[in-house]
Write a protein that binds this ligand. Structure first.
Ligand SMILES: NC(=O)c1ccc[n+]([C@@H]2O[C@H](COP(=O)([O-])OP(=O)(O)OC[C@H]3O[C@@H](n4cnc5c(N)ncnc54)[C@H](OP(=O)(O)O)[C@@H]3O)[C@@H](O)[C@H]2O)c1
Length: 291
């Protein structure tokens, strides 16, 4: 494919820093959108000129990317390239988190950390659409306004984002916490749960959580802890396509909004990482491969 837009994700910084080891040298990035320029002899269902998006394809910070046909998703009219380039990794993540990782049901209150972020914005919308009451956390009043605009019922700014405050707003504790911040929020997340609630630890934007004594889960009210990863929730071609179709369909019919908060030139990818890691961004971030 000739790439037309590239998605930037927090996981790209983990690979760059060596938190997830990879043989050197390597080209970063794992998702993008573009136009099919050539089709392999055994690839089916694709023709030159198709608009496609992909995720989990290493080496996507590039002007041209080679991907297995099954990683490609058709991009419908009405979805522009930057949105297409950044909706799979974060959109599929928000989708599996809300549908398959916890025991909360519609009407329950859930806590989402970093609600103004890439995954966070999508997760708030998907949670609200499923009837959950949403408490979310963020660092600035401007980001808080974005979260409210997406339907969050309560937005807590640090340092007031305490477990006591969450318990107060949820009549004694939330049914599920979706925590992509990790080290800095883990203790608060655990203390915010109701009895038998679910702590879904899906990221480490502030750093990895140190080892946890299982007895803490008992003391917190027989709660559940999971540390899921996207690959296990799109492990089959059918699951990948079904989740992608649902996310893409919601973008097309307007029930889901994906905001590209910033676009950098491909040659400025380092600045994109700096912005993401310094909490300066909202929504998703893309790279423009023509610059
Ligand atoms: N497990 C999976 O399957 C999966 C898949 C995709 C992404 N993830 C994870 O989801 C998380 C969010 O990813 P994203 O790409 O959408 O990023 P993001 O949420 O757009 O950016 C990270 C946000 O985390 C918050 N944050 C809190 N403490 C921070 C700190 N010390 N340093 C940096 N940021 C901090 C900031 O929001 P505030 O300013 O509002 O605090 C920041 O904007 C990441 O941890 C990522 O690894 C996991």
């Amino acid at each position: 494919m000739r790439t037309t837009a590239i998605g930037v994700n927090f996981i790209d910084t983990y690979f760059r820093e060596g938190i997830y080891p990879r043989d050197l040298p390597f080209v970063p990035g794992s998702e993008g959108a573009g136009v099919v320029e050539a089709v392999g002899a055994e690839a089916r269902g694709l023709v030159v000129g198709d608009r496609v998006a992909w995720c989990q394809v290493p080496g996507s910070y590039a002007q041209y990317v080679v991907a297995p046909a099954e990683a490609l998703v058709a991009v419908p009219d009405g979805v522009d390239d930057p949105v297409a380039a950044s909706m799979l990794l974060q959109g599929l993540t928000a989708h599996y988190l809300i549908t398959d990782t916890h025991r909360a049901v519609g009407g329950d209150t859930v806590l989402i950390t970093a609600g103004a972020g890439g995954v966070g914005q999508l997760l708030i919308q998907m949670a609200v659409a499923r009837g959950f009451r949403v408490i979310t956390t963020t660092s600035t009043e401007e980001k808080a306004g974005l979260c409210r605009g997406l339907g969050a019922h309560h937005v807590l700014l640090y340092p007031d984002a305490t477990a006591e405050r969450v318990r107060e707003l949820s009549d004694g504790g939330v049914s599920a916490v979706f925590d992509g911040v990790g080290r800095d929020t883990f203790d608060t997340s655990l203390a915010s749960l109701e009895r038998r609630g679910s702590l879904v630890l899906f990221g480490a934007a502030s750093g990895p959580v140190p080892p946890v004594d299982p007895q803490r889960l008992n003391a917190a009210g027989s709660v559940f802890l999971t540390r899921p990863t996207l690959a296990d929730y799109i492990a089959t071609a059918d699951e990948y396509r079904d989740r992608a179709a649902e996310v893409m369909g919601a973008l097309v019919d307007g029930t889901l909004r994906l905001t590209v908060g910033a676009t950098f030139a491909l040659s400025e990818a380092a600045d994109a990482h700096r912005a993401l890691q310094s909490r300066a961004t909202t929504g998703s971030i893309t790279l423009d491969p023509t610059r």
